[in-house]
Design a protein around this ligand. Structure first.
Ligand code: AHZ
Length: 339
């Protein structure tokens, strides 16, 4: 069979077994409640079971042609989101849903997206969200127990896997995981004397962010012990950074803003205060330098905001606000023809 085109319309799998049904007439047609009939029909018939034939190179091409087509298409993105933790995923969901016309790229350094949102606090299962973040749970379809001022999702992984599945199903969003953002693409931001950016950059004059510099995460982790392994690039007029608080991979963009003299210094995340922390993160989610919006716990490192620990409402709503900001900035750039 010829390999399918790069982006085929999604189709429901036709089960090979359907054509084999009836070969074993002695097996009862037991249909467990709730399973689709073709799947239920497989049960009790495994001795006649086999997959359709395939050649190994077909599998290779099915993956690589899609991946490289995605890399090609997303080299010019409308909005890039760095970090697929609870804030980045919430931003991706909101953007993808509100603006199906935009090409959105989500870059996650880890193999597994989700950041710190696979568990609640101290590796416990339940995830707590203070109201009014319950509106986001209803939006994406995550069940919860209502406890009055707050709600509880029975397992943090239920939240993360649900938002992730919604995001991955969107036609206009592509997740590149196991891929790290190593740097930001910048352009002179209009604050310099001559406008060419060279001396301006040396003096720390204002820049605007115009995309990201990427590499496989495993390559990124070996720059110290392997010779030059240059990165790849993605242009985008708007970047949302949600790389979490400081850590081995955390607070990436804001630390880079300091080293390129766009921020004098970081405020440093303060101690835990749920009451203050969550309002502050949502309210202060904003464009930090032109073209770069920062949300989630990365923001606490700029503003010196408190941490909130295991309560996740601010991450979801900071993601929603970051998406709203990104749309505003994108539409403005487009109007001003500043791509
Ligand atoms: O792998 C990181 C994680 O999945 C990813 N990331 C970080 N640097 C990156 C880079 N390129 C690509 N350079 C990168 N990806 O960003 C994600 C951040 O997720 P997170 O869950 O750490 O951050 P968040 O702001 O979405 O949620 C934070 C939730 C809280 S609050 C809190 C506390 O108060 O102590 N702790 C956590 C984890």
């Amino acid at each position: 069979m010829a390999p399918s085109a790069v982006s085929p319309a999604q189709q429901h799998a036709q089960l090979a077994f359907a054509s084999k049904k009836g070969q074993d007439a002695t097996v009862d047609d037991h249909t467990p409640e709730g399973l689709s009939k073709p799947l239920a029909d497989m049960m009790g018939h495994w001795e006649n079971f086999s997959f359709e034939p395939i050649r190994e190179s077909t599998v290779s091409r099915a993956m690589t042609r899609r991946y490289f087509a995605d890399l090609d298409r997303h080299a010019e993105s409308d909005i890039v989101i760095i970090g697929a933790g609870s804030c980045g995923l919430s931003a991706a969901y909101t953007l993808g849903k509100l603006r199906p016309d935009l090409r959105i790229t989500l870059i996650e350094a880890s193999v597994s997206p989700g950041g710190g949102a696979w568990l609640g606090g101290q590796l416990f299962s339940a995830m707590v969200m203070r109201k009014p973040a319950d509106v986001f749970l209803r939006e994406v379809g995550v069940p919860y127990e209502d406890e009055g001022d707050y709600v509880v999702v029975k397992h943090a992984a239920l939240f993360t896997s649900t938002v992730l599945s919604r995001v991955l199903a969107m036609e206009n969003v592509k997740l590149f995981n196991a891929t790290a953002v190593e740097d930001l693409i910048t352009r002179p931001g209009g604050g310099g004397e001559d406008g060419d950016g060279d001396e301006d950059a040396a003096a720390g004059a204002a820049v605007r962010v115009a995309g990201v510099v990427t590499n496989w995460t495993l390559v990124s982790m070996h720059h110290d012990d392997q010779s030059c392994m240059d990165p790849n690039t993605i242009n985008a007029p708007v970047v949302i950074s949600t790389t979490g608080h400081d850590g081995p991979f955390g607070a990436f963009s804001v630390k880079r803003l300091v080293s390129m003299k766009q921020l004098e210094q970081l405020g440093g995340m303060r101690g835990l205060d749920m009451q203050r922390a969550e309002d502050a993160i949502v309210k202060n989610t904003r464009e930090i330098v032109p073209g770069l919006i920062v949300g989630g716990m990365e923001l606490s490192e700029i503003d010196g905001a408190n941490r909130m620990g295991p309560t996740f409402g601010a991450m979801a709503l900071s993601g929603v606000k970051a998406a709203e900001e990104a749309i505003r900035v994108f539409d403005l750039r487009k109007k001003q023809n500043e791509f």
